[in-house]
Design a protein around this ligand. Sequence first.
Ligand code: AMP
Length: 217
Amino acid sequence: MRVVLLGPPGAGKGTQAKLLEGQLGVPHVSTGDILRKAVSDKSPIGKKAAQYMDKGKLVPDNLILELMGKQLSRENCRDDFVLDGFPRTIPQASGLEELLKKRGLQLEHVLFIQVPLDAIIRRLAGRRTCRNCGKLYHLVFDPPSREGICDGCHNDLYQRKDDKKETIAARHDVYQAQTAPLVDYYRERGLLQEIDGQANVEEIKGRIFQALGVVGA
Ligand code: AMP
């Protein structure tokens, strides 16, 4: 299954992609996670990317396409993947199309998760992530049992630098200008399905599984 999850930062793409991976075994590929790892490893790509990420700007297309070309050549995600945070621009979308075409493949589903800005600000400002396993929490909607500690692996939780209020607004502007045009791009290709992203995690998961035609969700 080759799926793209599209939607503004904070729409719940990461949460839902993790559920798809856990329940269907389709690898979750998050450009944000890959970039954050590159930044913490201080790799050459990470050093370049950090300057953009901290300001809520997009990392240049050529870097992202290079990174994703490598990632999608890996054995476990050559044929099946759930993409979260990629593509984010029209050149990235056409780069992905080319890459798949060379392998005789194409995307099967693009799910556009819609959430209004005020809800996004509430979600992102309260979001906390486990430094070790990446599990996501929310201070109000899904808090850990012990403050600041991951329930699963007992490591520290942290707030992403780009989840601060000022950066959230900048990221949303970038989304509107550069990523929102992908909605029409994929609609024209007959791939787009819209998902109302204002509900609890389980309900949205049900809507996504239904859109993907997965039985027994
Ligand atoms: P995310 O975790 O998807 O919200 O991504 C965090 C940050 O990583 C974004 O604000 C961008 O700076 C960068 N990023 C992630 N994916 C992409 C992409 N496909 N293109 C450009 N920048 C990206």
